[in-house]
Every structure is written in C-alpha cells, then in structure tokens.
Design a protein. Structure first.
Length: 327
C-alpha cells in the first residue's frame, strides 16, 4: 500500500492515509464545517464587539452603565459579522494558498476543513489534506510558503486599519481582564498610531484589529521549523535532512516558553510529538533551491520574527498556574 503525506496548516494536524484520485468526495463536510465555524466566530465576535463598543463604560470612562440590550445593538451585530468575515477570509486565504499551489503542480489535495470552537477566537484553525506525494523541493517550498504568505498579507491591512479604529482608555484591573500578548509587528504599528499612551491607559482593540491579530498568530504558529508545520516544510526544502536537527531545538524552546510565558506551548509541543517529527523525503534532496526562493525564505523568516508572540495570553504560564493552584 502506498502511504502519502497529508499535512494541515493553522491547527497543524498531520494525517497519513491511502492515496486516491479525484477531488474531495465529502465536500458537504467542508461546507458544513465552514458554516459552523463562521457561526462560532460570529458568536465569539459578539463578546469582542461588546467590549469595544462599551469600552468607555467598562473602563469607567463613560457615564452610563452597560446596556441590557447590548445583544440587540446593531453595531454589535455588524462588528461581530465583520470579525467573523475577516477572520474566515484570513484563514481561507491561508488554506487556499496551499490548495491552489497544489493544484498548480497537479498534486491531489482536499478543500479546507475548518474547525469550529467557541474559544477566545472562535476557531481552532483549518487544514487541507495532501493526498499525493510531493516529490520536488521547489514544489514543497512553494506549497509551504503560499499559505502563511497569503494569510499574512490578508492579516496585515486588517491589523493596521483595525488598530487605527481602536480606543485608548483607562486600563482595567488585570485580574478582571484577559490580556493578550503583542507581536513585534503590533508594537511597531501601535507606536506609530498611538505614540503617547498615558500611564494607566490601554488600547482597546477594534474587532477588525483582533481578527488581524489572530491572523498574525496563526502565521507565527505555522512558521516554526518543525515537523509538518509550514515552517517544517520550508526548513526541509531549504536544508534537506539537516532540518531534522531543528525539530528537537524547537520542541525544547516550546517547553521553555510554556514554563515562563504561556502553557499552551507545552500542549502544542505534545501535539507535534504525537503527530511526529519525521518529514517525508523528496527525490531531489541534494539540490539547492533557486536564488529567488532562498530570498523569499529570508523574507518569511522576517515575517515570523514580526509575527511571533511568546505569550498569546498573558498570565497563563506554567509558573503562573502553579502559583494560582498553590495560593
């Protein structure tokens, strides 16, 4: 039996299955998961939209209490729709980047499978299944790069414009709020748009900016050079079998980040270990990529640096959780 490589981006699942021909025979499942994920993102968007619209009241800067009819507020509804649409567009762009590149090279792949979840962001991401072998390094590089590049390009304007619509208001007590980490990109844009944030004040993100933040987070998650992540494909295409040494280093970094910054990194590391670190070989492993692809690889490293968030949710490191448990 021939077993074939099947990778996923965004939420980074890895499947191994039998090769078959044709396109996705269960397109109804793709459509159903897409619709449910849109609804999940919309529901979560209601919360972020309320937080933004009523930020003055919540922070104590506004004269009126939080209205009971917030859910019936047209602005809440429209911003929730905006959040869901933009977030899904970013994730869809990421997956279609992979999918359309596969189609360009005649590689059999499914349409994206989205994963709904009523979490802080409304989804656990999405993945495609590649159901025929990737035999050339150029193909592997192009397929791996297309997803994060497309997602980042879509996330960047949402982040910039959404941040320009955000509000600077008195900060809430940290124990009453969820504080998200900031990638270097957000800090740079924020420094330009809000150069003088007073002491004791915070920036309350517009839902559009939050959708862009999620897109940047997804990009950084996928660009780690390990296993079947997009970064793992790129590293293998650039360095061949030598890329295997990166995986153990990255896993060690994940565990360190989990202890000191965000415990989710440990969960991420365990998931990658479960899915496996081994990368399927290509036929032309000894050949070098073209100069343009190597330059693009350097650009993608820059994107990763700008997108990386050591603590996506602050105050939830392993040390923090142990302290809370002991107190």
């Amino acid at each position: 039996m021939v077993k074939t490589q099947e990778w996923s981006s965004n939420h980074s699942c890895f499947f191994v299955g039998d090769m078959n021909t044709g396109t996705n025979n269960r397109i109804w499942l793709n459509i159903l998961l897409f619709v449910v994920t849109v609804l999940s993102a919309f529901i979560v968007g209601i919360s972020w939209s309320q937080n933004y619209i009523y930020a003055e009241t919540i922070s104590g800067a506004g004269p009126d209490p939080l209205s009971v009819g917030a859910l019936g507020n047209q602005r809440v509804f429209l911003l929730s729709v905006l959040y869901a649409v933009v977030l899904m567009a970013i994730l869809m762009g990421h997956e279609l980047g992979h999918y359309l590149t596969c189609r360009h090279y005649g590689i059999n792949a499914t349409l994206p499978f989205f994963i709904p979840a009523p979490t802080l962001i409304g989804t656990l991401g999405a993945f495609i299944r590649i159901k025929s072998p990737i035999t050339r390094k150029n193909q592997l590089f192009d397929i791996g790069a297309a997803g994060p590049l497309t997602g980042f390009i879509l996330a960047l304007p949402a982040l910039v414009y959404g941040l320009s619509l955000s509000k600077v208001l008195p900060a809430l007590p940290r124990e009453e709020t969820i504080v998200f980490g900031e990638p270097l990109l957000l800090k740079m844009i924020g420094a330009l748009l809000f150069p003088h944030v007073p002491e004791g004040y915070d920036v309350f993100l517009h839902p559009l900016a939050f959708a862009g933040w999620v897109g940047v987070l997804v990009t950084s998650f996928n660009l780690f050079p390990v296993g079947q992540l997009d970064g793992g494909h790129l590293a293998y295409a650039l360095f061949g079998s030598r890329a295997k040494s990166f995986s153990k280093v990255v896993l060690a970094v994940f565990f360190v980040l989990g202890v000191f910054f965000w415990v989710g990194w440990i969960v991420w590391a365990l998931a990658i270990l479960l899915l496996g670190l081994k990368h399927p070989r290509v036929y032309d492993e000894s050949e070098k990529l073209s100069k343009n692809r190597r330059i693009l690889g350097a650009i993608i490293v820059g994107i990763f640096i700008l997108s990386f968030i050591p603590d996506p949710v602050r105050g939830y490191s392993l040390i923090d959780l142990i302290k809370q448990f002991m107190s």
